[in-house]
Design a protein around this ligand. Structure first.
Ligand SMILES: O=P(O)(O)OC[C@@H](O)[C@@H](O)c1c[nH]c2ccccc12
Length: 258
């Protein structure tokens, strides 16, 4: 091998990332039922979410490191980090911190409208980004999806309305489909609505059910449709013992898989 060939090989190992990556692989099978555990400081519907420390030194505010360590210990398959500032008090600094705090795949959760945000995501350590079908024109959504794929980012593309699936039908890059139980126009949650959407979507695409899980029983109606996973935030962040709460969810889903 000559000098140039050696350099090329070395650079390819560094920069040509295998895509799809770890996030996609964790949720590519229907029926896996993994949990994506979310970190967010506040939400528009619930207000502030971080509590005074429940685990760790008393009196210090809860932080991203502590929460993610708990999520990892309790069996999460991936974590989601809200980086939007005006509505969720998040930031890219949280994403950066998350990367040092966990080895789990990280989803960057924000309202992505530009390829610049995709570049930021990769630089701050995300494995995956969220694209929201209802917020983007078909052409823009597809352009962002292809660019993300090229950057080596995995994709979680979410919809709330079944009709939005039209925008994704001819997308040829791999992605995980999210069905958001919260209507982002009104912030209302409806599991009945999500269940109807899940029933009508193709049964072979990787699918994650998002938002509004408040108890173990909320998961039950989805199980016959074999989701790849559930995205859960508020319930864990508000729990007085998030490790226990998440362990129970993970154990319940493991039993459901059998
Ligand atoms: O906290 P919850 O109800 O468990 O929801 C988590 C997650 O699904 C939610 O934060 C979310 C899903 N899609 C979004 C898009 C933007 C902002 C937030 C979201």
């Amino acid at each position: 091998m000559d000098f140039l060939e050696r350099v090329r090989l070395e650079k390819e190992q560094l920069y040509v990332r295998a895509s799809p990556g770890r996030f996609y692989k964790s949720f590519s099978q229907r029926g896996t039922c993994g949990v994506i555990a979310e970190f967010k400081r506040r939400s528009p519907s619930e207000g502030p979410l971080l509590q005074e420390v429940t685990c760790g030194a008393k009196g210090t505010p809860d932080d991203v490191r502590q929460v993610l360590a708990d999520y990892e210990r309790a069996g999460a398959s991936a974590v989601s980090i809200l980086t939007d500032t005006p509505r969720f008090d998040g930031s890219l600094e949280d994403l950066k911190m998350a990367r040092t705090a966990t080895s789990l795949p990280i989803l960057r959760k924000d309202f992505i409208v530009s390829s610049r945000q995709l570049c930021e995501s990769i630089l701050y350590g995300a494995d995956c980004v969220l694209l929201i079908a209802e917020m983007l024109e078909k052409e823009q959504l597809q352009k962002l999806a292809y660019f993300a794929y090229e950057l080596g980012l995995d994709l979680l593309i979410e919809l709330h309305e079944l009709e939005s699936y039209e925008k994704l039908k001819d997308l040829s890059v791999p992605y995980v489909l999210g069905v958001n139980s919260r209507n982002l126009r009104t912030l209302q949650v409806s599991h009945t609505h999500t269940l109807e959407v899940v029933k009508k979507l193709p049964s072979d695409i990787p699918l994650v059910v998002e938002s509004g899980v408040k108890r173990l029983e909320d998961l039950e109606p989805y199980l016959p449709y074999k989701p790849s996973g559930f995205l859960i935030g508020t319930y864990l962040l508000k729990s007085s013992d998030r490790v226990k709460t998440l362990r129970e969810l993970v154990a319940f889903l493991a039993r459901a898989r059998k």
